[in-house]
Design a protein around this ligand. Structure first.
Ligand code: ADP
Ligand code: MG
Length: 344
């Protein structure tokens, strides 16, 4: 293949190609034409975008983000990439901008340069009103960009856990994020498919699901038992968590809503601590901290427990604060595990 140097001049063009065989000369010329065409296409697209952006209230930010992306080398996750076998997996999924966000001319402030990296471009303004971006980098086990579909997410998140329950273990998969970020779409939307894949002859299924609204956690459990036996052989829990913005909402809401918000906050904090404790052998499990963690108690104990947290984020600039909160939460779930590994 042809390498290009930083000036965009390909190395081959500086060689004396006349000494090459006609077949190679033809190949080189073809490749050069293709590259020129590609550059022309890219420029046309950029010009078109710029024209659009100039009618956009956030166009300066959009342009800064565009420039930042121009300097990135994108190596997204591919179907063929290998699946990591972690006890605790923490990943992020970014959904595409939706119609409402596009209508509001929101800017996509999330870049996913690699299969485990993400950059949040936080729009900021100095006191003299100069606009600038604060680019915050995060690293997770996987980062799924807006082009990833549920099949791909399943392959890297839930599928590795299905094995665990047939080996007598407890598997838990959480969807965490702001309302509208794609939790239900990722966990339940299509996903029946997962239940079909997971249930075989010797299973007896049990479900307990409450409302899937943003104000409550939805817990769906598949329990494996041998024929006629009372003991549980394996358990798969899928948890569609309440919108995490509810936990922070203590402003203009009424008393009932505030109490709910405080409960949601408590359970999300307890959950984080329980997952962190799972990553440290022999650590105290603070599952009594909330109803949610009490319900999931047996999923946090035992050698064979495995967990996957999928943090969902909306890409638009209106959601940037919520997205950062979600990412910091997910980061702390994993942070301790990474440090532990270093200590060992
Ligand atoms: P949440 O459960 O976090 O409140 P939803 O899963 O209900 O959010 O998603 C909100 C809307 O966005 C739904 O209409 C859903 O179909 C859509 N959506 C979410 N994630 C994606 C995605 N990755 N691709 C396309 N549409 C999505
Ligand atoms: Mg939902």
């Amino acid at each position: 293949s042809l390498e290009e140097d930083n000036d965009g001049n390909d190395l081959v063009s500086r060689l004396d190609t006349n000494s090459f065989s006609p077949r190679y000369q033809k190949l080189i010329a073809k490749s050069r034409d293709e590259r020129r065409q590609r550059h022309a296409d890219e420029k046309a697209l950029r010009d078109q975008l710029l024209h659009l952006e100039q009618n956009n209230p956030y166009w300066e930010f959009a342009q800064m983000i565009c420039e930042f992306r121009g300097g990135l080398e994108f190596r997204p996750l591919r179907e063929s990439d290998s699946v990591i076998e972690n006890q605790i997996t923490v990943c992020v999924r970014k959904r595409p901008l939706n119609d409402k966000e596009i209508k509001r001319r929101e800017v996509d402030v999330i870049s996913v340069p690699a299969k485990n990296q993400l950059v949040v471009h936080e729009p900021k303004q100095k006191v003299d009103l100069t606009k600038y971006l604060e680019n915050q980098h995060f690293r997770f086990d996987y980062v799924f960009d807006e082009s990833c579909n549920n099949d791909l997410i399943y392959k890297f998140t839930a599928r590795p856990l299905v094995k665990t329950i047939f080996e007598g273990g407890m598997a838990t998969c959480f969807a965490y994020g702001q309302t509208g970020s794609g939790k239900t779409h990722t966990m339940g939307g299509e996903f029946k498919e997962l239940i079909q894949k997971g249930s075989v002859e010797r299973t007896s299924g049990q479900t307990s699901a409450n409302s899937n609204s943003s104000r409550s956690h939805a817990v769906f459990q598949i329990i494996l038992r041998k024929n006629g036996s009372k003991t549980i052989d394996g358990k798969f829990s899928l948890i569609d968590l309440a919108g995490n913005e509810r936990g922070a909402d203590n402003s203009k809401s009424n008393r009932q809503t505030r109490i709910e918000g405080a409960d949601i906050n408590k359970s999300l904090l307890a959950l984080k601590e329980c997952i962190r404790a799972l990553g440290r052998k022999g650590a105290h499990l603070p599952f009594r901290g909330s109803k949610l963690t009490q319900v999931l108690r047996d999923s946090f104990i035992g050698e064979k427990s495995r967990t996957c947290m999928i943090a969902l984020i909306s890409p638009g600039n209106f959601s940037v604060d919520h997205s950062l909160n979600t990412l910091r939460y997910a980061d702390r779930v994993k942070e301790l595990i990474a440090n532990d590994n270093l200590d060992n």
